[in-house]
Design a protein around this ligand. Structure first.
Ligand code: PLP
Length: 384
């Protein structure tokens, strides 16, 4: 497909130049484990593959492959692979490129299960990790050891929304032959392309914005062919592959990703800007606000913003935090995000009472004016 097309157009047409069977508009869900060959001779002469190049769905499947082609185009990488979850993608990528005796430098605000994997699970196999705040590239440089093999990034990180300078960190890694990985779930390929900034492998939880409807668990690894071929072998051996129906749901989610992200950008900023003006709110952590300490970096490496952010209160009693949450009619309470429904989580930031609270808020596809009215009705509960 011509790559002079804009991303939105390419996303719809890529891999669909030949009509699907029966003139079907949507891709077929090739719900099969096995692909057989027309003869034993064909199979043996093609190294086990059939005439269409398939053998078994743990290796590859046409529905999954279509999703992978579109994801590679979105992330501007040579290739991409789909996994059964974001964690399957992250774990497979890390396991592919680390071995006993290696050292990993990881951003401390990374998704907590990613941290646990590096901090207490991979240590069993003799892989050590150092965690850095990562707000300036020097911190990574200082944490390097002669055996550092990988730098793991997540920008912005999904709790406090700190950023890393992706081109500076990947440049210092490349000079030393260190591999860089970046979790891009928050910004999505619509607003940030880490590979174009020099990062080797881009990771996604497709359970968030890429799927977009809170009904799909999936993950993605995207990068250069030489790396993807190695990750493919890990996927085949560990078996964390996405199944065809999941790939079909992912393809459906990707169709509307650009329009959903435009909405997420505007609604998220509108609510964040409004919250920043409220007397009960001490600060709002959103990289798109000029008050964010890394706003200049955000503008340099992202084209827009996701609608997950957090805000901090003045010291309040726990009862006030729960009263605030109980007053909300349009927000649900849960830990994922990226779907159509608005969500809220919150924790005290100290063991004292009263204590400042941190609320993480996800703005869904509702009208932001309604969400603001809902918050307006509940915020008085947070007055110290
Ligand atoms: C949810 C999430 C993951 C893990 O993805 P799963 O699909 O739940 O395994 C990884 N990184 C980030 C930033 C996430 O939000």
């Amino acid at each position: 497909m011509e790559h002079d097309l804009s991303l939105e157009t390419l996303l719809q047409h890529l891999g669909e130049e030949t009509p699907f069977p029966y003139g079907s508009v949507t891709p077929p869900i090739v719900q099969t484990t096995l692909f057989t060959a027309p003869s034993l001779r064909v199979r043996n002469e093609q190294g086990g593959l059939n005439d269409a190049g398939y053998v078994y769905t743990r290796e590859s499947n046409p529905t999954v492959r279509l999703a992978e082609q579109k994801l590679a185009a979105l992330e501007q990488t040579e290739d991409a692979l789909c996994f059964a979850s974001g964690m399957a993608a992250i774990a497979s990528a890390i396991l592919t490129f680390t071995r006993t005796g290696d050292h990993v430098v990881c951003v401390e605000s990374a998704y907590p299960p990613t941290r646990t994997l590096l901090e207490s699970w991979l240590t069993r196999y003799g892989v050590q990790a150092t965690f850095v705040a990562g707000k300036c590239p020097d911190e990574f440089e200082r944490a390097l050891q002669p055996n550092t093999r990988m730098i793991y990034l997540e920008s912005p990180a999904s709790m406090v929304f700190h950023l890393q300078d992706l081109s500076a960190v990947s440049a210092l890694a490349r000079e030393r032959g260190i591999l860089t990985l970046c979790d891009n779930s928050w910004a999505t390929p619509i607003y940030q392309n880490p590979h174009a900034l020099g990062v080797d492998l881009v990771l996604h939880s497709a359970s968030k914005y890429l799927g977009g409807h809170s009904d799909l668990l999936a993950g993605v690894v995207a990068g250069r062919t030489e790396h993807i071929e190695q990750v493919r072998q890990t996927r085949s051996l560990l078996g964390g592959v996405l199944e065809p129906f999941g790939a079909w749901l992912l393809l459906r989610g990707l169709r509307t990703l650009p329009v959903r992200m435009t909405r997420a950008h505007h609604s998220g900023l509108q609510v964040a800007e409004w919250l920043e003006q409220q007397p009960q709110v001490a600060r709002v952590n959103h990289p798109g606000l000029p008050s964010h300490p890394q706003h200049a970096l955000a503008r340099k490496q992202m084209r827009g913003y996701g609608s997950l952010f957090s805000f901090e209160t003045h010291p309040i009693r726990a009862e006030q935090a729960y009263a605030f949450a109980d007053c909300l009619r349009l927000f649900r309470f849960g830990c994922s995000w990226g779907g159509y429904e608005s969500l809220l989580l919150g924790w005290a930031q100290a063991d004292t009472e009263p204590a400042p609270w941190l609320f993480r808020i996800y703005i869904g596809l509702e009208n932001p004016d309604d969400l603001i009215r809902d918050l307006q009705g509940a915020l008085p509960a947070l007055t110290p």
